[in-house]
Design a protein around this ligand. Structure first.
Ligand SMILES: [Fe+2]
Ligand SMILES: [Fe+2]
Length: 322
């Protein structure tokens, strides 16, 4: 027992030391957006296929820069939304004891580091947007107030009874933090983007590993304290939730809206979309498959799949083998 307490003390101290040493809000200099974005790729072309299509490239460097700038705005605005409307909200509720009864002060302290980190990530994203607008004189096509992920989270609230919203919010945040960590790792590895963009991604992900571990531990500890009926009710809802949360925009509404701003005819727009669609759909489908399987492993590790009824629901949905 004494050895256990010592181990736990060491873990808590380590968490504090790591935050002081590594948190980007404490250590990272401001990131400056390049003055001339037409001379480099402000967003990885591999993540925005329109930018490499011959019809778009034939319009010149400014058109390509326009397309990549719009993808950057979308990406940065969505980071801000996720942080300010979702992760900070959940972390503040942990701090204030609204999600987990009897949360320790050490866990509250760590939740405050997440509020600070996420506030800083939202700051960096907005600073990037403001600089990009100023340097490029390109206005964002739209300023999103929500996205597919957040809409799915809200549909989850609507379909679960209010008494289950707290454990559901903790779990949904945990799933989102794991997804984001992997997404940032993978987009940060794209070779074709400018160093500035990659720097934002690698800075951000260096905080997210800590967050993902924190939320996974909280879910594992908290899930074991919930009643069987609660664990079952949320558990059987999860397979459908994962489908909804990870749904991709196969209609490509955003891409069509971006193309409509260029000097292109309706038939040229259709051609660009058609000729990039196979790659677009394949990478979206692959992303959903890989991410869903990572999240199922996370749910397994945190004990969320321990109930027989929950396992059955996952097997029925083809997410686990019997
Ligand atoms: Fe973040
Ligand atoms: Fe985070």
């Amino acid at each position: 027992m004494d050895a256990d307490i010592q181990l736990e003390d060491a873990r808590l101290e380590e968490a504090v030391t790591r935050w002081y040493a590594n948190a980007t809000v404490r250590n990272s200099p401001r990131i400056f957006v390049p003055a001339n974005i037409a001379s480099e790729n402000i967003f990885p072309k591999s993540r925005q296929l329109l930018a490499g299509h011959q019809i778009v490239t034939s319009l010149g460097g400014d058109a390509v820069a326009y397309v990549l700038a719009q993808s950057t705005y979308k990406y940065m605005y969505e980071i801000g939304l996720l942080e300010t409307r979702f992760v900070i909200d959940c972390s503040l509720k942990i701090v204030n004891g609204e999600i987990i009864a009897g949360v320790t002060e050490e866990d509250r302290r760590e939740a405050i580091t997440i509020v600070i980190d996420e506030g800083y990530h939202a700051y960096v994203a907005l600073d990037f947007i403001i600089q990009l607008k100023k340097n490029s004189r390109i206005e964002p096509l739209s300023v999103p107030q929500t996205n597919g992920n957040l809409d799915a989270v809200h549909r989850g609230y609507a379909s679960l009874p209010a008494a289950l919203h707290a454990p559901y919010q903790l779990l949904a945040t945990c799933l989102a933090e794991h997804t984001l960590t992997k997404d940032l790792l993978s987009i940060g590895r794209e070779k074709e983007a400018t160093r500035t963009f990659t720097q934002v991604m690698t800075d951000h992900v260096s905080d997210e590993g800590r967050h993902a571990n924190y939320f996974a531990r909280l879910v594992r500890e908290h899930w074991a304290t919930l009643g069987k009926a609660t664990r079952e009710r949320i558990g059987v809802f999860l397979p459908g939730y994962l489908d909804d949360y990870l749904a991709a925009d196969f209609e490509r509404r955003f891409d069509r809206a971006v193309l409509s701003q260029l000097q292109l005819s309706a038939s040229e727009i259709d051609t660009v979309l058609q000729e990039t669609n196979e790659r677009y759909a394949a990478s979206a489908t692959d992303y959903i498959k890989v991410t869903r399987s990572n999240l199922v492993k996370l749910l397994e590790r945190t004990g969320v799949l321990d109930e027989a009824a929950v396992r059955h629901a996952f097997v029925d949905h083809g997410l686990l083998t019997a």
